[in-house]
Ligand binder design. Structure first.
Ligand code: HEM
Length: 401
């Protein structure tokens, strides 16, 4: 894939780029937003910019891709590319914006690494960037065309028709279509981007999993109030939604996207979630009920305490409507009496019997998914049968170091 000229140069410079990726990412964003401040109004998440780790996702994924080109060129990280492409189209990204990122990223590499970036080194990294960019652009073109929309057309206005407090920090919004143009049905596990005007007049976008199969006229999603920990700012979007959005208000939603979707099959299904990771699982269960399957489904869920388990009633209702639906829950702080299917502490899949030949979907914090995935692999579950959804930039994949 990589040309014979660039391959040895990338191999030789990957360690130094890797060591400096945080600084490259920081200067890249700084420089880009100074020159193009409009990118922070209705495209980039300014909350992510306050967090150095999250800033790393974009630049880090290019370094991860370069590592792949060097070490395993016949097996490119399709999962990573699909995830990014879906995220990009849910934001309405356009192909011509790739030149902006290119220019600023190359500037940051030179700014950080200085004279080490000879014209040959610059040309080799240029090649890596455009190999990846063109793959993304092609995938994104395919995704836009699959829903028959161009980037400017992904947004629709919806009216909030119901607001349900699920727990003290999770609220469900049900929205109704106000736009006469038809909308695409979502697939089980997909999300939408929500575009909101912040108090200072700047638009921000965030993605929320759909928690129910849509009926053409309604969509449903749940929002957890994000409280900044360790000095990070509170989530401005989630707080705005919690504090101000009420029945009758109008919101802008993108068409549904997301690559982690349920396969249509009859194999048993195991869904493992933690905390707000329950949301795509609720959507998958709702779709499964609607599709009238006799699939055996086991939901494994971990939460702080019974009172923080959002959407519990909804998922229990869905499981009850299935032929063989079963829930096991783990609580770090159980509150006294425990039912037979409740366990104390972190999720331990050794507490439960897993069905033969199942497909697995995981969603929750990265540490949770690494733990559960490792435990499943140790029990002999083939990696191909385990899919996962990460909320926020996917550092697991991007953290190539
Ligand atoms: C998100 C990679 C080009 C705008 C991301 C993420 C990655 C990524 C890894 C995080 C996805 C996740 O896990 O959530 C790339 C790569 C690019 C590229 C490799 C070029 C080869 C662009 C361009 C733009 C852009 C051209 C727009 C000018 C965004 C935005 C997000 C994002 C707005 C959402 C996260 C946030 O707001 O901070 N991209 N990207 N990307 N990308 Fe890109």
């Amino acid at each position: 894939m990589l040309s014979d000229t660039s391959l040895p140069i990338i191999r030789a410079t990957l360690p130094v780029v890797g060591e400096n990726i945080h600084e490259i990412a920081r200067r890249f964003y700084d420089h880009m937003f100074k020159g193009r401040p409009e990118l922070l109004d209705g495209l980039f998440n300014r909350g992510n910019q306050a967090d150095g780790h999250q800033q790393q996702a974009l630049a880090g994924s290019i370094a991860a891709f370069a590592t792949n080109l060097v070490d395993n060129p016949d097996n490119l990280p399709d999962h990573l590319l699909n995830r990014v492409a879906h995220k990009h189209v849910s934001l309405g990204l356009r192909p011509n914006q790739y030149a902006i990122v290119h220019e600023n990223l190359m500037w940051a590499i030179v700014d950080v690494l200085g004279d080490a970036v000879t014209p040959e080194v610059a040309a080799a990294w240029d090649e890596v960037y455009w190999l990846m960019a063109n793959m993304l652009i092609n995938k994104e073109r395919g995704l836009y065309s699959a829903v028959d929309l161009n980037p400017d057309e992904i947004w629709r206005t919806w009216e909030v028709v119901e607001r349900r407090e699920e727990t003290s920090d999770v609220v469900t919004f049900v929205v109704k279509r106000t736009d006469p143009r038809p909308t695409k049905q979502s697939l089980p596990g997909q999300y939408v981007s929500l575009k909101m005007l912040m108090k200072d007049g700047v638009h921000q976008l965030r993605q929320y999993s759909l928690t129910a199969a849509d009926d053409g006229d309604h969509r449903q999603f749940a929002v957890k109030r994000v409280q900044g920990i360790q000095g990070a700012p509170d989530g401005e979007m989630s707080n705005l939604l919690h504090d101000t959005v009420k029945v009758g208000d109008r919101v802008q939603l993108s068409a549904p996207f997301g690559d982690v979707v349920l396969n249509y099959s009859n194999r048993p299904l195991v869904l493992a979630s933690a905390g707000i990771g329950i949301t795509p699982m609720a959507g998958m269960l709702s779709h499964t009920v609607k599709s009238d399957t006799d699939r055996k489904i086991q939901l494994l869920h971990a939460d702080g305490e019974p009172g923080t388990f959002a959407l519990r009633r909804q998922v229990e209702d869905s499981l009850a409507q299935l032929n063989e639906g079963k829930l096991d829950a783990w609580f770090e702080r159980p509150d006294g009496t425990m039912a037979e299917n409740e366990h104390s502490g972190y999720m331990n899949i050794d507490d439960v019997q897993l069905p033969e030949d199942a497909e697995y979907y995981l969603c929750g914090p990265l540490a949770f998914m690494k733990l559960v995935r490792s435990a499943l692999i140790a029990r002999g579950i083939p990696a191909k049968d385990i899919q996962y959804e990460v909320f926020g930039p996917d550092l697991w994949l991007a953290d190539f170091q």
